[in-house]
Design a protein around this ligand. Structure first.
Ligand code: ANZ
Ligand code: ZN
Length: 661
């Protein structure tokens, strides 16, 4: 796969500012940095430049958004995908800077007449390139170094804006030809857009905050708002804006871009928050990257017939102090020959990220014994797509995006028959501690499943997790509620002694109704992933059974079958006790009968000469003749009156039958 990516120009090597954990000595992907700290050890993460293999996922950005339309993903999951990709429509504009073009990305080119200064990211190439022209190089360099120590999050979250003016140089606004000051500040990120902005303090809150600190002028170019109070970011009629005056936002943007294009200093541009995928990890565990570096030929892909490249055996799994992968120490493995010229060469020592394997492992399930390809076309056609993928919310941004990208690339190469891997994606809620906080070791509020299993059994634990609340929502752990479920499971066990196997225990309409209603409810609720209410339907049924004196075996067996996905051990045990020799898992799922389950059955009192003689159950609003026949069919009635002795039968709909004898 890596060679395929490389062949298609989607894998390339680049010097990247990476997040570096000085304690783990490891480069971290953005998602492994939590609040500026290493996800694994908690140490503060710094930025460091390192050559990394990159994968051009951004080439697929539009498709990764557009193809969501046809998928049955939870809405919030689609939103996560869309936000992560972060598509922004706007323009690139070239400002003048020391005779060069200083290009910015902006979503509001219509506000160009309100630009009063510019800001470069501290890492912007012009900073070092023109350092000798600044009047304050020491101050500039000190700021650059301080910013390098901060994470993106710290840089953007900082309330108080900081920065340094590049004294002695000015930029030129191409719309007005005015000269404006240029700053560096860490609120401008190096990885986004062009790493430089045109600042419009009157209409952008970040620029506003910066301008306040540095006492910079503001020009309102949109009507509405009060810039003595705050930036006005809304829509309004343009003012102070030359040829844009009088236009609204959308028209203004269009006209500003047209003007820039005609005058050769700008163009429409779609920008994405999504970055190319940093595909290198300086670790031992991971698929080795099948690339070889030769002094003469540069980076060369391994020959396909030499694959797979396997990890060497090592005993030392730590990276070295320069942050090179532990594989760099395995010199026998590293030193190899160039696939092109045959001269001495070195293997890449970085490995792939865990996301590589998790992007497509499931395709192998379609054809696990195939030794020629990862799966045959026929097998893939037969099994794919994954109909339904449920998993935690923590994997609905990156893993989902990477595997969708990977699949699209495989599709483009003709290796898989479908454009998307998963038809349906849902996510379950998180189980929180009893005080509503996230469970974590540091808070000491973690419930250890082993303890629950030890004390109440795996079935209680499993049942409880299903019962705890709506599947897709967060739920709070409750010991009390766990006990309730434990009592329920115990009741199921206890009911066994009332089960009659060999005798014919009559089932009333009410019994049948309770059973079929339970079958139908549980079946439907499972299919809708309403597991908590499926369990409560079982609880209702168990209460019904508890009130019976004798339980017909079929009613109990039905309970066990419905319960077995939730409490497999208990169900299996009781199934065996009934006398079955096979496992309950081979039993077909019970079929509910809607008619028998119907609540539209009424109990009607039967009287003879005004005296209560029994009850019958009839469909609600049944016709009088049916009700009469049912009443006469009662043993008690037949014994006391002969057909000839009946004078009259009075039916009070749905309530009473009175036989006058
Ligand atoms: C001028 C302007 C005027 C802007 C205005 C906004 C409002 P999104 O929607 O996130 O794409 N920007 C561009 N590159 C940046 C960078 N590297 N670091 C920080 N900020 C950056 O936002 C795009 C807007 O974010 C751009 O449009 C730019 O500010 C800023 F009334 O340009 B704007
Ligand atoms: Zn070579």
């Amino acid at each position: 796969m890596f060679l395929e990516l490389y062949k298609h120009g989607l894998a390339y090597k680049d010097k990247m500012a990476i997040n570096w954990c000085p304690s783990c000595k490891v480069g971290l992907a953005n998602e492994e940095v939590v609040g500026g700290h290493c996800e694994r050890c908690g140490a503060e993460v710094v930025r460091k430049n390192k050559e990394q293999w990159m994968v051009a996922i951004t080439k697929y950005a539009d498709r990764l958004i557009n193809d969501l339309d046809d998928l049955d993903f939870l809405e919030r999951i689609k939103t996560q995908q869309i936000n992560w990709i972060g598509r922004s429509e706007g323009a690139e504009l070239d400002f003048g800077f020391e005779g060069e073009k200083l290009t910015v990305f902006t979503t509001r080119p219509d506000t160009a007449f309100g630009v009063t200064y510019m800001v470069l990211a501290p890492e912007h190439e012009f900073v070092q390139k023109y350092m000798s022209r600044f009047e304050n190089p020491k101050e500039v360099q000190a700021y650059v170094e301080a910013a390098a120590k901060k994470s993106d999050l710290e840089r953007t979250a900082g309330e108080e804006k900081t920065g340094v003016e590049l004294k002695g140089v000015k930029a030129v606004n191409p719309y007005t030809n005015e000269k404006i000051p240029v700053f560096i500040s860490d609120y401008v990120l190096t990885g986004y857009g062009t790493g430089a902005i045109m600042a419009v303090p009157a209409h952008d809150a970040r620029d506003y905050a910066f301008a306040k600190v540095f006492n910079l002028p503001m020009i309102a170019v949109l009507e509405g708002g009060d810039i003595s109070q705050e930036a006005f970011e809304g829509d309004g009629v343009h003012i102070n804006s030359g040829f844009l005056n009088g236009l609204g936002k959308e028209d203004g943007i269009k006209k500003a871009i047209d003007y820039a294009e005609q005058n050769g200093f700008g163009r429409a541009k779609v920008n994405f928050k999504l970055r190319d995928w940093v595909f290198s990890r300086q670790r031992y565990w991971g698929e080795p990257i099948p690339m070889v570096y030769c002094e003469h030929c540069g980076w060369q892909p391994m020959k396909e017939e030499d694959l797979p490249l396997e990890l060497p055996m090592v005993t030392d799994f730590l990276p070295n102090d320069e942050g090179d992968s532990p594989l760099a120490k395995a010199t026998d493995w590293v030193n190899t020959t160039c696939p092109k010229c045959g001269g001495p060469a070195r293997r890449e020592t970085d490995v792939m990220p865990n996301w590589a394997g998790s992007s497509w492992y499931f395709l192998r399930y379609c054809d696990p014994k195939n030794d020629k390809e990862f799966a045959s076309k026929e097998a893939l056609k037969y099994w794919m797509n994954v109909d339904w993928y449920n998993g935690g919310m923590e994997h609905v941004t990156l893993h989902l995006l990477y595997s969708r990208f990977w699949h699209k690339f495989l599709y483009d190469c003709g290796f898989v028959p479908t454009k998307e891997p998963y038809n349906k994606r849902t996510a379950h809620g998180m189980i929180l501690a009893s005080n509503g906080e996230k469970m974590s070791k540091s808070r000491g509020n973690v419930v250890n499943p082993d303890d629950i299993v030890e004390n109440y059994g795996a079935d209680t634990f499993r049942l409880y997790e299903m019962f705890i609340g709506p599947f897709d929502q967060a739920a709070m752990w409750s010991d009390e509620s766990l006990m309730g479920v434990f009592r329920f499971a115990s009741k199921v066990y206890g009911l066994f002694k009332k089960v009659y196997r060999n005798e014919d225990v009559p089932t009333s309409d009410g019994d049948l109704r309770a059973m079929h209603k339970t079958i139908l409810d549980v079946t439907e609720r499972i299919s809708q992933m309403k597991f908590n209410t499926a369990v409560s339907a079982l609880m209702t049924y168990v209460n019904y059974l508890s009130n019976m004196e004798k339980i017909p075996v079929e009613m109990y067996e039905t309970l066990l079958k419905l319960l077995s996905p939730f409490a497999p051990h208990l169900s299996e045990e009781m199934w065996a006790r009934i006398g079955h020799n096979d496992s309950i898992v081979y039993q077909p799922w019970p079929e509910g009968d809607k008619k028998l389950a119907s609540d539209d059955v009424v109990t009607i009192a039967v009287q003879i000469n005004g005296k209560m003689r029994g009850t019958i159950e009839c469909a609600k609003d049944a016709d009088d003749e049916t009700v009469k026949q049912a009443a006469l069919g009662l043993d008690n009635v037949a014994r006391q009156v002969s057909a000839s002795g009946i004078k009259k039968i009075i039916v009070v709909k749905n309530r009473i039958v009175n036989i006058v004898a």
